[in-house]
Design a protein around this ligand. Sequence first.
Ligand SMILES: [Fe+2]
Length: 293
Amino acid sequence: MTEITQLAIESWAGPCSALAQTTAIDALEKGDVLLLPKLDFALHDDERALYFQNTGVEVKGKNISLNLADNSVRGSHANAAELGVLRDMMVRFATDSRALVHALLPGYVSTIEQGRTSFRPVEVAGRASSWRKDDTRLHVDSFPSSPTRGKRILRLFTNVNPHGQGRNWRLGERFEDVARRYLGSLPEPLWGSSQVLAMLGITKGRRSNYDHFMLQLHDRMKADSAYQASGGQREFAFAPGCTWLVYTDQVPHAAMSGRFLFEQTFYLPVAGMHDPATSPLRVLERLMGRELA
Ligand SMILES: [Fe+2]
């Protein structure tokens, strides 16, 4: 079962003790959620006004996202002035998130890549979607258009809900237990399909066998009602004002309710890990007896 490891860190920029650094990396790579209950993200007055006093700009989908490559913000109907406030707020969160990784996970700094930043002001509960996109079902992260070829997906979240509402998750079993549950029944990829998907621009780069099996696993977990209802799991409410990190490609998770959340994605090559044997890539390769990426 997924465990929660807590650290009493109060500053994004550290410093963090050697013990905290070791605890953090061991917990994350083992597949725990790393909870920092005292690490909040402080909002400026104009940001509060924009989002929390019912003057919030409308959101197009479920997230507003920031691309750090060009500081572009997507997913809102904000006007130019509001967009400036949004951008500054999200850039600051991205900067703080990177500072925390430097302070708490220094072993990752030379190989980690910072991905997109998102702000999620929309309520998760009751949102209509297809079963495949329904994140209230337990799943591990794997995205059809973005193959990672084994790279880890590390995500950092901060709940900034101003009404005292927690971000309520379900957390599942350890990755190897879930993999063993489904592995024998996952179909092989169609010959040549990865090249065709990349050529047509459906995937960003070639989908490896690892990506194929991770997508299958994601889908099988979400489609399996019996597993969703009675597979090993626990509930956890992430209180407002707390931050947590988790390898979402490894830890089965489901977001049941909550709104007003920041999220920052990082990618890490398996070779950049302290213990690569714990990665989903190496676990699947060991269980299947062959290379997958
Ligand atoms: Fe997810």
